[in-house]
Design a protein around this ligand. Sequence first.
Ligand code: UDX
Length: 464
Amino acid sequence: AAEKAPAPASGGTRRVLLFPLPFQGHLNPMLQLADVLHARGFHITVFHAAFNAPDPVAGYRFVPVGAGVPAADLVPTGSDGDFAGALLRINERLQGAFQDCLREEVLLEEEEEEGARPACLVLDSNLRGMQVVAGRLGVPTLVLRTGGAACLAAYMAFPALCDKGLLPPKDHSQLNMPLDDLPPLRLQDMIFSTTTPHETMTTCLERIVESAKCSSGVILNTFTDLEDVDIQKIIDGVGVPVYAIGPLYKISSGAQSSLLSPDKTCLDWLDKQEAESVLFVSLGSLASMGQEELVETAWGLANSRLPFLWVIRPDAVQGSGKVGLPDGFEEETRGRGMVVNWAPQQDVLGHQAVGGFWTHNGWNSTLESICEGVPMICRPHFADQMINARYVEQVWKVGFELEGKLERGNIERGIIKLFRGEEGGEMRRRANDLKDKATLCIKKGGSSQTMVDLLINRIMSSPS
Ligand code: UDX
């Protein structure tokens, strides 16, 4: 952000190393960033955990880290995802193995490129442990925040809320309290998971902020017109350059690595539906629901009488692991409903038949919905999802939160409000305005495209 004129930025022939987190919502933005850098001439090495390994990309080097560490040690536990605990374990268990891999990679590069060192290592901002290792080996780091700017700004404010005695909350009655320094967030939006101990949360967030401050630059998958206030807070707070270059899935050539295979037949089905008539329902890659919630959702969708495309991952239902749709549901919704294991989500959201998105508000889903001009029904589960949902409802006003118990009547009313209500129409108009802004920011001279040039120059200026 301190830098000014964007110069022509291309022709990097140096190697950039990248290390994503092994989760869907983190792999894709990192691979999209790799794609952007590769298109500008950089050689690419992707370090990755052995589980949830990304699909290979021709011309990239892929290096698995910690092959012997069991995946069960590294994934979130519990139904509302103790994501913070998993993040700490990933750093702890993979750090040693990463040191060996990074050292080898640096040596290999020096051999292959006659003394040249990798230009930098781009880390997921949850990998502070790997940044410490890179520091020891003299490799400069950039961090990629795969979440929104509002989320990082809120994480930066977390210690002050603890110092004020607001976190952890003393009792239930405090949860609705508005946070004066972080409008429109409430105390409850800062509770990332009911199963994560406060100390784990504090350490996890401290490390994320540390990773940003100790880097040579922070890359954000967002755009200025969407989050200018929070981007500015980050610029003021981290003391290193900040590059808002999102939406990455639009600025790249669409690279991604799907952990499940997308069912593309739903696109043919969408072709047969009327414009803006279909509700798309998806909880992303990690969130799950109880069997009773599944049944209520099914009847809520059925009773709305509107077409829907519903993603139910094989592991999306807690408990038995078997997805039990209620008797009669299929007959009731035949012809106007489709259920798939995994969808080509970006294509679905970009399809003219889709008129609404029931989402868990993972950042990628939120951003994709905004960029495709689709208004949202928000049902956040954990981590940053509550913050994202709050912004959707209160700041961008392109959706609303479905609050309270998940119950069929409530769901049906929510769907009707989005598709048939006046408010829903206004949300749709605003979503289309944001879509136009997202389209402009990635064009030549647009804010994100300009930031990509600055970022490339920054990487090129790293001593070889
Ligand atoms: C996780 C956390 O839940 C989220 O809060 C954090 O912001 C990122 O990491 P996830 O649950 O995977 O994310 O959700 P999200 O960020 O929305 O990413 C899911 C990705 O999977 C999206 O890019 C979406 O397009 C893709 N997807 C999802 C599909 O391609 N098909 C599907 O059927 C569902």
